[in-house]
Design a protein around this ligand. Structure first.
Ligand code: PGA
Length: 260
């Protein structure tokens, strides 16, 4: 069953394996997930084996999903420095983040690349968390809706409606991400989230309405509830504010309060 509320964090290029495993252990020991809520953490590749080892053993039994930050679209071969979905599947990760704004900007990932990555993740029975969002420049020209529509139409090309139970979208306006970002307001997020929902419906019919849309970009405990109160937002994808267990819990609680 699709969870009603998803909440997770991406550690980016931070933490040793021991630090990530300790985070998982402490978080899993501190929270009881209400029915319909699904928490996840996305540590760096080098932490995945250590975190999976903790997550897959009693008493945790995968109560919090573990994700990877990227993947290559081929399953093996001459791609130095890359990691395949086959390798991630062998580690039994639960989901793979694709198309984070930092990867699109700094590593020049294109929508066509991301489409191949989405296919590889789904073909390996993993879940995909596809990040979309407009830059400040695209926003200034009034093409936020067109930008996310393009990212979705290319990124999800060839995905079948029956695969959507393993798909989540993160809407992260690029201008709102990170310490240098300008936090978005709910009134900025609502129309673009609505556009994302319309595109998912256009592409997949009714099944597209069940795909969770998470909001991300300078989310913290002070504003989380204002985003989860929006009709098209089904969860939160958080960076800095959730990099301590206390911050993670405070932000998820604020987000849940906003759901009403
Ligand atoms: P932030 O990061 O919450 O620190 O702005 C969000 C993200 O990069 O996904």
């Amino acid at each position: 069953m699709t969870p009603l509320f998803l909440f997770g964090t991406n550690f980016k290029m931070n933490q040793t394996p021991a630090e990530s495993a300790a985070f998982y252990e402490q978080l899993a020991g501190s929270v009881v997930q209400p029915p319909g809520v699904r928490l996840f953490i996305i540590p760096p590749f080098t932490s995945l084996a250590a975190v999976a080892a903790v997550a897959h053993k009693e008493p945790h039994e995968r109560d919090i999903w573990v994700g990877a930050q990227n993947v290559h679209w081929e399953s093996a071969g001459a791609f130095t420095g890359e990691i395949s979905a086959t390798m991630l599947r062998a580690l039994e990760v639960d989901l793979v983040l694709l198309g984070h704004a930092e990867r699109r900007r700094d590593f020049h990932e294109t929508d066509v690349d991301l489409n191949k990555k989405v296919r590889s993740v789904l073909d390996n029975e993993l879940r995909a968390l596809l990040a979309v969002g407009e830059t400040a420049e695209e926003r200034s020209f009034g093409v936020s809706a067109e930008t996310v529509a393009r990212q979705l139409k290319i990124g999800l090309h060839g995905v079948a409606p029956h695969e959507l139970t393993r798909l989540q979208i993160a809407y992260e306006p690029v201008w709102s991400i990170g310490a240098g970002g300008t936090p978005a307001r709910p009134e900025d997020v609502a129309p673009v989230a609505g556009s994302i929902r319309r595109v998912l419906h256009e592409l997949f019919g009714e099944a597209g309405c069940q795909v969770p849309i998470l909001y991300g970009g300078s989310v913290d405990a002070t504003n989380a509830g204002s985003f989860t109160a929006l009709p098209d937002i089904d969860g939160l994808f958080v960076g800095r504010a959730a990099w301590t267990v206390e911050g993670f819990i405070a932000t998820v609680n604020a987000g849940l309060a906003g759901c009403g």
